[in-house]
Design a protein around this ligand. Structure first.
Ligand code: FAD
Length: 354
């Protein structure tokens, strides 16, 4: 029996499992999925969970059920490449013949003093629950500062503004205009939405320090009751701890077939892997598709398949429950249509993942 171990049941490894259990898995392969959570969590919806506009249950999806799959619900503490095993907290090590690492990412604080200790996070389900709890309990009139005007910062700010109209929400963005990688028309639409809905956007900001009760922008103290950090991510610390070559954000450099150059038995998927595109759930899934093709070729003693560079359809974001923005198939979209597109993508994801 060969053992395929999947570490982290996020978008990348869920996609790998979808293929394994529907397209084909040899009888002599045992699959072990290890995750600290007992279900797959839809991270793309964490902004709504943080804001309290959806329930916890709405971001959970059951892991697949298959006679050749064993699920280990435990915290991974180390990936031991030399001994080909995964070490767990309070559980036995799990050895592997083939490993797919999909542990996702963590906040990157860019060395800003006080940021790790004094900011709220939306990067894991447990941290989002804590963030939500803090936000729900804030007295009326409190100020909530969101650092980072990228997709997730915008989604958190807009959703929170619909959920808690009694809060002062401030969004600190580094760029001259919000979401500067998107077409200007989209940035203006988002800016206008924020103005109309009472969210203050502070452009050209540079957060230099965080203290309890204060956020320092360009060294100037701004009073605040809570700070949510959405200003950067990096690969999971267990990947950063590996003695391997890494790219930006501590992501593992992989071959075009998604495995470590010196460890062809170890694949990296999603936010853990370095790729020439920004990390996203969409990219993780596309990598999962390709990893399955490589595994299948290996099991059939075939040469490595030719893999095309991954092309994504675009990015879609929400502005509360009714409006949205997108750059989809090369076209900018704003308003109700973009929001419907986002809801449709989520619906399809839920439909295909039970
Ligand atoms: C608010 C927000 C909105 C987003 N919106 C979009 C969007 O609209 N479109 C898009 O494409 N992307 C979006 N993203 C990005 C997307 O969510 C990530 O790129 C994607 O989740 C990465 O998938 P992954 O497979 O790498 O791992 P993840 O989906 O992050 O899963 C990692 C898994 O590893 C597990 N894990 C972590 N550490 C351990 C450990 N030590 N032991 C055991 N298990 C562990 C976790 O429980 C989790 O199940 C958004 C992100 C955020 C935060």
């Amino acid at each position: 029996m060969q053992r395929l171990v999947l570490v982290g049941g996020g978008y990348g490894n869920v996609r790998v499992m979808n293929h394994l259990f529907s397209d084909g898995l040899p009888n002599d392969v045992e699959v072990i999925l290890i995750d600290r959570e007992p279900y797959h969590c839809m991270k793309t919806e964490y902004y709504a969970l943080a804001a309290g506009t959806i329930s916890d249950k709405e971001v959970r999806v059951s892991f697949p059920n298959h006679p050749q799959l064993k699920i280990v619900n435990a915290e991974v503490t180390k990936i031991n490449l030399a001994e080909k095993k995964v070490e767990l907290k309070d559980a036995d090590d799990v050895s592997y013949d083939t490993l797919v690492v999909g542990l996702g990412c963590e906040d990157k604080y860019h060395g800003v003093p006080g940021a790790p200790e004094h900011t709220l996070s939306i990067q894991s389900i447990r941290k989002v629950r804590h963030t939500a709890q803090e936000l729900h309990c804030m007295p009326s009139g409190s100020t909530v500062s969101i650092v980072g005007g990228g997709l997730s910062g915008i989604e958190v700010a807009s959703e929170l503004c619909e959920s808690r109209k009694d809060l002062n929400i401030r969004l600190y963005d580094r760029g001259e205009r919000i979401l500067s990688t998107f077409p200007e028309r989209v940035s203006h639409y988002i800016q206008e939405w924020f103005e109309n809905n009472g969210v203050t956007v502070i452009n050209k900001s540079n957060i230099t320090k965080v203290e309890p009760g204060y956020l320092y922008n360009n060294d100037e103290a701004n009073a605040t009751n809570a700070v949510i950090w959405t200003a950067g991510i990096q690969a999971h610390h267990l990947v950063q701890e590996l003695d391997i070559e890494k790219g930006a954000g501590g992501r593992a450099i992989v071959t075009e077939h998604h495995y470590l150059p010196d460890h062809p038995e170890v694949f990296m998927v999603g936010d853990c892997a370095y790729y020439d595109q920004a990390p996203s759930a969409q990219l993780s899934e596309a990598q999962g598709d390709q990893i399955y093709k490589v595994l299948k070729a290996r099991w059939n003693d075939q040469p490595e398949p030719k893999l095309e560079p991954i092309k994504l359809k675009g990015m879609v974001g929400s502005l509360g429950k009714k409006k949205g923005f997108a750059e989809f198939m090369g076209k900018p979209l704003t308003g109700r249509v973009a929001r419907l597109l986002k809801s449709g993508i989520l619906w399809m994801y839920r439909y295909h993942n039970g």
